[in-house]
Structures are given as C-alpha cells and as structure tokens.
Design a protein around this ligand. Structure first.
Ligand code: PLP
Length: 298
C-alpha cells in the first residue's frame, strides 16, 4: 500500500465512499496496464460543482468514443461528486472523476469482454491560481512535442493517458515556464497541456477551431458565449504560432484555472494591459456566481 494521502480523506470507489488511504484497485486493471480509461476534472465553488451536467455529458461522449459503457447514469455521478465534496467538507475544490475499463478476462489488450469499469471520484482543495497569476499572467512556451493527431488518439477524447501532455509539461518545466502550448501535427496552434488557448489579434478574440484537434473545453464554450454576448468579434479557426505570438493578449482556459493570462510565450512578452481578458475574466466570475450563488470566494 502507498503512503497515507495528505490531500484528501474520503474517496468514492465503485459505489462506496471509502477512506482514501485504503482505496485500491486490482493491479490488472486496464487503467494501469494500458491507460485504458477516461476522466473529467470539475471545479466547485462554495461546495457546489460548476457545470456538472456539461462535464458528465463530455464524459459520456468520451466513453462512447472508446466503446466503454458507463456503469452509472450521469445523474448518479452528479450526486456522487456532491457527496465526495461534502464528505471531505470542501468548499473550493477540484473533483476528479476517473473511469477505467476495469479488469479483463486476461491481461490482453483486446480482451474486453465482461469487464466492469472502475469508477473513482476524489476531491482536493483548490481555489484557483494565485491572485498575482490571474492578474499578471504566467509564462508558457511553445512545445516541441506535438499534440496527438486526431486520427491517432483524438484529443477530443479526455483520455486517462496523459503522456502527450506530460512530455510538453516537462519541456515547460525545463524552460522555467509554467505551461506549454502545443501545436497540432500540421503546425497549427492546438491547446495547452490541460487547457484551451485564446488570443486577441487586432481586437478579435481568436481560438483554435475543434478541427485543430483539441478537447472541446467547457470553459472554452462559456468564454465563446460570453464574448459573443458582450459584442466582441470572435473567430474560431486554424492559426499558425506566428498569429499567437503577434497577439495583443493571450490566455488559457480550463475549469480549474478559469481564464489565466499569458505573460509570455517563449521570448514573446505580452503587454501588461489586457482589456479583453479582464472583461472576460469578470464575466466568467459573474456567470459562476449567478449559477451557484454567492457563498464561494469567487
Ligand atoms: N484541453 C485539455 C487537454 C484539457 O485537459 C483540459 C482540461 O483539463 C482543457 C482543454 C480544458 O477543458 P475544460 O474547460 O472543460 O476544463
């Protein structure tokens, strides 16, 4: 058994709330052997999950893409997330929902008959990036590692196998940067290691189209909606890195980080004033408050 986890007390595993220190899965689980599984990460504010339904719909879509049958309906999983948050007495947190294909009749890649998926839900305290980072932005690099090709492992599937992102993340760490932006195999801007990417070019808010080979981020969708409603010009398309480097503003989006400005991308430093990013950061906060009420620190 591993060391006592310091980050959480109660996890939910295959139908039961269990002490996280004793939560265990068989060594022949296909999640371990083959990375055969999917996941979601959601944010809670004041103990309430933001956009749970959207995340569960995407989980179902990922499951369908890998021919995995989710053993619980979305409604049940929504209740499970709430239960794990409550059991750990969390307010602002991230909740991770992990589904593997479970144990096969034999440890062979193709042996998926009669597998029963492993479902794990755990939650850890998290209130988003530091205030200074939200305000001033973080440094990122353009990764040499390309994002997975859509016809190899489609980034639209939220696969448990994160090695593609991990390799880019390590490049960032070696360069002293927080994160990395990956290009797709054709050299167009794709996404961050665990985020979507936006930039403002000549006043237009731009983000890679789904055809670039990206995860369809829930936050990305919200930001696009807000920007259109606020009257910004918006463009989803295929962009060369030169366009991103020439931008007036750039930011990453994800449920956990909301909108996180880029202070720099490699050698390119972005201007310190970020009028569009600021407006969208506030609009996002307002959306969260409107939906979940005012008990969170958001
Ligand atoms: N892209 C990748 C590769 C991700 O892993 C994530 C989230 O973790 C995102 C984008 C952002 O998705 P969301 O806004 O739904 O959290």
């Amino acid at each position: 058994g591993g060391a006592e986890p310091q980050f959480t007390k109660w996890a939910w595993l295959n139908g039961r709330l269990v002490p996280a220190a004793r939560a265990a899965v068989p060594v022949f689980d296909r999640g371990l052997l083959f990375g055969d599984g999917i996941y979601e990460t959601v944010r809670t504010y004041g103990g309430k999950v933001f956009r749970a339904r959207s995340h569960l719909a995407r989980l179902a879509a990922s499951a369908a893409r890998i021919e995995l049958r989710l053993p619980y309906p979305p409604r049940a999983l929504e209740a499970v997330m709430a239960r794990v948050v409550a059991a750990n007495r969390l307010s602002d947190a991230r909740v991770r929902l992990v589904v593997t294909r479970g144990v096969g009749a034999s440890p062979d890649l193709g042996a998926i008959a009669r597998t029963r998926p492993t479902v794990l839900v755990y939650a850890t305290p998290y209130a988003g990036p530091a205030e200074a980072d939200r305000l001033n932005g973080v440094r990122a690099i353009l990764a040499r590692t390309a994002r997975n090709h859509r016809r190899a492992l489609d980034p639209a599937i939220k696969s448990l196998n994160l090695l593609n992102s991990f390799l880019a993340k390590r490049e960032a760490a070696r360069a002293g940067a927080r994160d990395a932006v990956l290009l797709n195999p054709d050299g167009f801007v794709a996404e961050g290691t665990a985020s979507n990417v936006f930039f403002v070019r000549r006043g237009t808010l731009c983000t890679p189209a789904l055809e670039a080979g990206i995860l369809e981020g829930i936050t990305r969708g919200i930001v696009l909606d807000l920007a259109r409603r606020l009257g910004f010009r918006v463009r989803e398309g295929l962009f060369r890195p030169a366009a991103l480097l020439a931008a007036e503003e750039a930011f990453l989006t994800a449920s956990t980080i909301e909108l996180l400005p880029l202070a720099a991308l490699g050698a390119r430093r972005y201007p310190a004033s970020r009028p569009v990013t600021r407006v969208l950061q506030s609009a996002y906060r307002v959306t969260v408050l409107d939906e979940l009420g005012s008990r969170s620190r958001a």
